[in-house]
Every structure is written in C-alpha cells, then in structure tokens.
Write a protein that binds this ligand. Structure first.
Ligand code: BG6
Length: 307
C-alpha cells in the first residue's frame, strides 16, 4: 500500500512529493542552498547536493522497486544490523529500509528543510520482530549540513533490544587515495570473510587497499573522510558504533545492483549501534541517534574565490 502524507500536511515551497524512479514516491527538495531527494520506502535519503556534486553516492545499477533496498544514499538499518546479533535474522539489515514510512512533517526556513518520517509496528513487522515500537526520522538538509536523527520508542510493555545504522554511502573520487581519520585508538571487528575477525585496534587513519568491512565499537568519535581537497565529516550522537565498508573488486562484481567498477567511487561510513553496542529500551523509553554530515570542498572554494 502506498502511504501518502497525512491530509493535514501541507508541503512548503521547495518540497514536493513526486513519483521517483520506478514510480516509488519520493520527496524532492529544491532550496536556494541545496537540493535533495528522500524516498518514502525506507525513509531513504538518496541525494544531498549542497553546492557542487552529490555528497551521497547511489549506484548506477541501483534497483528502485517496492521491497528492494536501494543501493546507495542512506539506508536505515533497523531493528537489526546485517543478520542481527546472532547472524540469523532476515531480511538483512532489518525491515526498516524496505518498508514505506509515513511523511508526517515538512518545514522550511531560509536555510534548510526538515522532514519528519514515521514508522510503527504492524502485523507484518511483528511477524519478523515481535515488538511494539514507534520510530521517527528527522531529515534536515541545507547548504551547510545534512542532519539525520532516528528516534526509537518502545511502545510495548516489555523491554526490547535493537541494532540500528544510518548506512550512509558517500561519493569519493578514488577510494585508494582516501583516508578516514578520527577512529584511531578504537577497537573494531573485521567482518571480511576469511580474515581475522579480531577485535583489532585501529592504529592509524584508515587507508583502503582491499575489501574493508569493519565495525568500530564503543566509540563516539567523529569520522573525517579526506578525499583529495574535499573533507566529509560524520559527527555522531547516541551512536557507539561506526561501520566502514568498501566492497572492492570481487564483492562488487558479485552484487547485481552494484556496478563492477563503481567501488572506486564510494565509501560507507555508518552511524550505528551494532553488535555489543545494541540498545535495550524499557517500555516507554526512547533512544535517539544522530548523524551530522558536512562537506568542505577546498577545490570548489578556490574556484568560487577566483571567479
Ligand atoms: C555493510 C556491511 O554495512 O553493508 C557489509 O558491513 C554489507 O557486510 C554491506 O555487505 C551491504 O549490505 P547489503 O545488505 O545492503 O548488501
């Protein structure tokens, strides 16, 4: 069933609900300071363009179809990450990214737009995860920042434990030249098949020379992506895990919705609570996790400065 904004919701100028790719309903944002796009399926941000190019990456091979996770942007993983703490939960990364959310709020001021999207348990979600919950997702985007806030409330009468991730895919110029700073000293689990799972300690800024799939645990540190003269910063609140992922050659080729050569141009740095950082909520309790994403492009600044 296609959800529509509640009848009371008037979309402000610069915000429009349109049929997106594959006919899926999407919110298009067109402000003086930025443009963007959010699909209702998964409350999935697929674009944030504050100035030049898109900060987010979406695969050319992404599939836009009901019930299929979009490859790129910011999928929301909830209520489990990957196969969950015991590795057996399906669908992978939980049901939130393949379920249509309700658009319940849209406001614009002179600098940014803020959307609110909501998801609550249904007969279908309870068949996969037997808990009552209310999730609200705030998407605030402007010229300076993309701020994503996922709030989960336990609306049932028993405690539950969940994992979550704002699985952000970033566009980079060449992953082989990228460094991620800020996670030095943190402990991580390595989930590349066949490699030592750890835990390991991150000694230096992260560089990329092969398939990389790491869950940093017990760290709230800001991650800074150095991509030539661009810097993308991911600051996290209420998030004790950070996942860093690039599939490299073989895994890219094995994914049907990921171009064989696209691994050079993307990197996931995810704001999460996963594995040992899973969150337990008592009845009535709420937990909030926020990712604040900024981009500085010194090359772009130099161009503007010289024009
Ligand atoms: C990452 C995981 O977060 O997501 C990887 O760490 C996984 O192991 C990747 O391959 C993509 O997952 P999916 O389900 O979207 O293919």
């Amino acid at each position: 069933m296609t959800q529509v904004p509640s009848p009371q919701l008037t979309l402000p100028d610069g915000v429009e609900l349109v049929p997106g790719r594959g006919g899926l309903p999407a919110v298009r944002i067109d402000l003086p300071g930025c443009t963007g796009e959010v699909y209702l399926q998964g409350a999935h941000v697929t674009s944030w363009r504050p100035a030049g190019g898109d900060v987010l990456w979406v695969s050319e091979a992404a599939v836009f179809r009901t019930g299929k996770a979009i490859r790129g942007g910011v999928p929301i993983c909830f209520p489990w990450f990957a196969g969950g703490v015991d590795g057996t939960s399906t669908p992978a990364h939980g049901f939130a990214r393949i379920t249509e959310w309700n658009l319940v709020g849209a406001t614009v001021d002179d600098r940014s737009v803020e959307l609110k999207l909501a998801l609550t348990d249904t007969v279908d979600t309870r068949a996969m995860w037997p808990h009552s919950f209310a999730a609200e997702y705030g998407v605030r985007m402007g010229r300076d920042e993309l701020c994503l806030t996922l709030a989960v409330t336990n609306t049932g009468d028993e405690a539950f434990t969940f994992e979550e991730a704002l699985h952000s895919y970033f566009a980079v110029r060449d992953i082989r030249q990228v460094r991620v700073e800020g996670l030095e000293g943190a402990s991580y689990l390595n989930t590349v098949p066949g490699e030592d799972a750890g835990p390991h300690v991150q000694d230096d800024p992260i560089g990329f020379t092969g398939e990389t799939d790491r869950t940093y645990q017990g760290t709230t540190a800001t991650a800074v992506i150095r991509d030539g003269d661009r810097t993308v910063t991911v600051a996290r609140d209420g998030s004790a895990s950070a996942v860093v992922w690039n599939p490299w050659v073989a895994k890219s080729a094995a994914m049907s919705d990921f171009g064989d050569d696209e691994w050079t141009g993307m990197l996931c740095v995810e704001t999460a609570n996963a594995k040992a950082d899973a969150v337990t909520l008592e009845p009535g309790a709420e937990h909030t996790m926020t990712a604040r994403i900024t981009e500085v492009d010194h090359g772009q600044e130099a161009l503007i400065g010289s024009s």
